[in-house]
Each structure stands twice: as structure tokens, then as C-alpha cells.
Ligand binder design. Sequence first.
Ligand code: ATP
Length: 323
Amino acid sequence: MRRIGVLTSGGDAPGMNAAIRSVVRNGVFAGFEVYGVYHGYAGLIAGEIQQLTARSVGGILQIGGTMLGSARSEEFKTREGRQKALAHLAERGIEALVIIGGSGSQAGAYALMQDGFPVVGIASTIDNDLPGTDTSIGVDTALNVALESIDRLRVTASSHQRVFLVEVMGRGSGYLALMSGLAGGAEVIVVPEVPMEPEEVARRLRDAYNRGKRHAIAVVAEGAKYDADALAHYFREHGERLGFEVRVTTLGHVQRGGAPCAFDRLLATRFGAAAIAALTRGETGVVEVLQSGQVKAIALEQVVAKPKKLDLTLYELAHTMAW
Ligand code: ATP
């Protein structure tokens, strides 16, 4: 194997650049020619491929996002779409791909593997919903960005007897909401994994007021049945008397844009090196993950089989800590 490719796919995550840099530099050092595929699977279908050198990845380590760009592609889910991608890879003589992304992207990697093309995945998603890994590139940075915002909102909430409904990212996953809520001392945390009706959110906020709290934070995952806007709307429509004035802040993409923290840069650098080591050994069909502090390569089957579960003991703990 002489030529390999690298791409980033799905939602961008802080630290993806550090992972690209690591794949390229470790790859070149190990004797591979490394090609960057631009704009994820969409770019692979379109043949947006260019060679990268050790110098092409200078100056990106500390920058969020991805220099290769990312995309979502419905066409790649079809066999015809993947055939176009495979044709571009064959044309360029690229014999294996390193795929940096979350659960959807690794499902794409698995599909390529089943089509007979060698792949190695790298766990990267701010949602921390990829199974088989304790954490993924971007999670820690996104969590700290959310936490900093929650801390700031608490300061202003306390001056005005307000409750802030803070919406954090995580489509189907409540991980960021739970962890930022727990670390930020939220009075209520609403996640998709634990159904909670608006009446219950209102009851918990009223209780907090009656226990003497004069401001409150409710952290709401974007994928919850009622997002922050829907909850605020419900409180208004039903004339819920919470004691607090209600304000909504949606953090949205702000959480993605942070400069990667030390943890994410180190994780990305280790994952990139491990992916190249796997390719050097001729080991493919795996994804690099973190388990109990160790970087490990696990079979792609394991990450596409089932969704990652939220640690509900921490959810219970957050409830107690809000007392
Ligand atoms: P994030 O966790 O940040 O959202 P992700 O990798 O989970 O990232 P998705 O949008 O779910 O992001 O997936 C990225 C892309 O992976 C999709 O747009 C699609 O091109 C490809 N993909 C997802 N599922 C499959 C599948 N079953 N087969 C082939 N390709 C897939």
C-alpha cells in the first residue's frame, strides 16, 4: 500500500485539523503518499482530491473546523454514489482511506468496507454518541464552550431573577446537555433519552424557586422532544407561573467553532498516529477509539451496531446537585 486518502465527514469538530495533520505527517513519515479528499463523501463522489505534504498541514493544529471541509451526502448512502467515489479512488491509485467523523461517517466507512475498499476510522464528533469509545475528538472542547456560556448566563440570570433555557447541540444525544448541565450546576436538564413533558420542567423550576433559588438554568438538548423555544412557548401559552422571567439562549454552532483544547489536540494526534500504524500493519475495517485512556482499534461493526447509551446515574446525580 503506497497511496492513502484522508477525509473529514459529518459535523465539523474542533480537533479535526489536528487529526488531519497527524495522519498526513505520520503517513508521510511512514512512507505513504497522502491525499486529502475535500468536503467529505460529497467531495469523494465529485473527485475533489489533492495530494497533501507535511507542509500543507502546517498552522492548522490550533484551529477549529476542518481544512478539508466537511459535508453530508445522501448520495453516498446509495451503491451508485459509492461506485462513483470508488472510481475516483481507483483513478488516483488510492488504496485506503482514513475517515474522520462520527457515527454516520463511520457507517459510511463500513459501507465502503463492505464494498471491498480498505478503511480506517477515527472517532470525531462533538455529540459523543459514537459507541465503543469513551470520548471522541471535539467533545471536550464543545463541552467547555457550552460550560463557559452557561457560567456567563448564570451571572446575568442572577441579577434579574431569570431562568435561562439554554439549548445545546446533540441531535439524538443528550451527552453535551447532561455534562454541561452537571458541570454548570443546572437546575433542570432536558435530554432526548429521558422523556420530560413541559409541565414537569415547569414544576421543577417552580420547586427550585420555592426552595429559595432566585435564578435558574435549564439546559436543553436540541434533540429533546421539546427544545428550548418549544418549552418557552409552552410556558407562555399555558401561563405557567415559575417565579422567574424566562429567557432562551440557543448556543448552536458557537459550540463547534472553538479552538481545540489540549485534550482534543492530543487525542487527535494519537488517533492519527494509530490510524497510520494500523495501515502500516495492513489492518483495516477498524476505527480508532479511546477506552480507559488507551487508544484502541475496534472493528467498525461494533460502532455501527448500536447507539451509545447515556450514563443515567449522572442524570440522577445532576438532579440531586440541583437541590
Ligand atoms: P456528527 O456526529 O457530527 O453529526 P456524523 O458523522 O454522525 O457526524 P452524519 O451526518 O450522520 O454525521 O453522517 C455523515 C455522512 O455519512 C452522511 O451525510 C452520509 O454521507 C454518510 N453516511 C451516514 N450513514 C451512512 C450509511 N448508512 N451508509 C453510507 N453512508 C452513510
